[in-house]
Design a protein. Structure first.
Length: 237
């Protein structure tokens, strides 16, 4: 099995820790109010099951009634970026993970792709042959998974609000600036790395870096009025 880069493991572990804290709070509230034990999603991890539930696929839509594994078709596992978008079940927190295969999840904690809810409804990732996704939740859900549609960045771009940007040039650095209107997060995604170097409230003037990669995706998550700019350092090989 291919070794997972340390930075991927660190970021993934942090996301799972955040998720554990959230569901821990929910579990405590449940116990106090109903004394019925923690919700099923706190103990029932789909990747630990001998025969995990497999989500039902209808075209580009996957659905299930709770925890499940998503087996991606060949057209979504070409190594290019894909988008995972939640279209129903937003009332329940949905924790999304990824493994290079179903068997790999028994040896390595799945990489966390984040939490999808009524506010954060989508995320992006890179999928290679054999990749499976894991859904951990306590209610029915529906996800649409398609090739990522993102604006291609050649050098510099500016905008407002949430956006996906794709870069496929030789550089591995970029400058990012935020004018300070609201909270903003920037994820930098490649096939080997997943990091969030920017999570801030206020003015940002920061350098982003990544390992050389044929394709890089910047996921800018910001309030609608947030003004930002990204400038790729084309002179950096």
């Amino acid at each position: 099995m291919t070794a997972v880069p340390p930075r991927v493991r660190t970021y993934s572990a942090l996301l799972w820790i955040i998720g554990a804290v959230v569901i821990g709070v929910i579990a405590t509230a449940t116990v106090v109010s109903a004394l019925s034990g923690p919700p099923r999603w706190l103990t029932d991890f789909p990747w630990e099951q001998d025969s995990p539930a497999i989500a039902t696929q209808t075209g580009s839509t996957w659905s299930a009634t709770g925890n499940a594994m998503i087996v991606l078709p060949d057209e979504l596992t070409t190594g290019s970026a894909i988008e995972v978008r939640r279209t129903s079940g937003q009332g329940e927190l949905l924790f999304l993970g990824q493994s290079p295969s179903a068997e790999a999840a028994r040896d390595e904690l799945p990489q966390s792709l984040g939490i999808l809810d009524a506010v954060n409804t989508d995320t992006a990732t890179f999928a290679s042959p054999g990749t499976v996704l894991w859904v951990r939740t306590d209610g029915p859900w529906t996800l649409v998974i398609e090739p990522l549609q993102a604006e291609t960045v050649d050098s510099a771009v500016s905008g407002t609000g949430t956006r996906y940007l794709r870069y496929d040039g030789p550089s591995n650095t970029a400058g990012f600036r935020h004018e300070g209107d609201g909270t903003i997060t920037v994820e930098v995604l490649t096939a080997a790395e997943r990091e969030a170097p920017v999570i801030s409230l206020g003015v940002i003037d920061q350098q982003l870096t990544w390992s050389s990669s044929p394709e890089v995706v910047f996921h800018i998550i910001a309030e609608p009025g947030a003004v930002w700019s990204l400038s790729v350092d084309e002179g950096t090989p």
